[in-house]
Design a protein around this ligand. Sequence first.
Ligand code: HEC
Ligand code: HEC
Ligand code: HEC
Ligand code: HEC
Length: 173
Amino acid sequence: MRHAGHFVRLLALVAIAAVGFLFVRSQVIPKDFGVKGHYRLSAVSDEAAREPRHLGSEACAECHDDIAAEWTAGKHTTPQCENCHGPGLMHVKKVSDDSTAGYPDKILTQYENAINRGTGIHECRWCHLKTFERPSTLKSIASVEKHIALRKGTFTPDTKCTDCHNPHTAIAK
Ligand code: HEC
Ligand code: HEC
Ligand code: HEC
Ligand code: HEC
């Protein structure tokens, strides 16, 4: 047993490492972790306290009553305002002069770009280009060029769906 001292030192090191690990773990893991499952219980209320970024079409109608009325009377009531225009929170804060302090510039620009979203072809194609997984009841177009040629239009790189369709009613002008 000439070398027993080595084992003792090794064991001591392992014990120190284990205690150290348990100590750090007890310090970094939130107190309410694992109360109901493998998550931090207060994360639920933290998420619930966040401001919803989508306000719903009724909120938009408060100021854009003309467009909302047109939309309600048209044939395009399944897509909601914010499906096309993006989340409205920052837009409404801005036009109502509510403070946007505390939101990073990046987020504000992102929202501003969303509300001013392009009105070209891609936004309509998100939903209307024929793909095999979409319901057959949704009116789709197989090819933009063919659709436009069929309707006696001329397709150019600048062509927009809104050249012919009112986006809020879906009715062709
Ligand atoms: C408190 C009133 C108010 C509410 C609520 C509101 N808006 Fe507006 N909106 C405005 C005003 C005022 C303008 C014009 C000034 C501007 O462009 O900043 C505008 C402009 C717009 C524009 C045109 C942007 C542009 O620059 O051409 C879009 C699109 C729009 N709103 C969509 C929405 C949507 C979608 C909602 C619902 C999430 C909404 N708005 C809710 C007041 C409002
Ligand atoms: C299917 C997509 C779609 C939906 C749904 C939609 N919009 Fe629009 N909206 C557009 C497009 C595209 C334009 C740009 C029209 C153009 O450039 O001719 C536009 C333009 C606007 C504008 C600015 C131009 C204008 O006509 O005054 C406002 C404000 C607006 N929409 C508000 C709304 C509101 C409010 C709703 C819900 C009631 C809504 N939109 C629903 C696609 C949509
Ligand atoms: C978020 C998905 C979505 C987007 C984006 C969208 N649509 Fe639609 N569209 C629909 C749905 C769903 C219908 C079926 C009618 C309904 O339920 O409102 C429809 C119906 C239509 C119809 C047929 C209306 C009829 O019954 O005669 C036309 C035309 C149309 N959309 C054009 C457009 C144009 C143009 C754009 C782009 C400005 C656009 N859509 C963007 C979902 C969308
Ligand atoms: C040159 C004008 C023109 C352009 C540009 C145009 N459409 Fe149309 N579209 C029409 C006409 C006209 C109808 C038939 C309207 C009706 O029957 O009420 C129609 C019908 C539709 C329909 C209903 C299904 C069908 O085939 O009858 C959908 C969906 C549609 N368009 C989507 C789009 C989308 C998405 C774009 C852009 C990629 C677009 N349209 C561009 C003129 C046009």
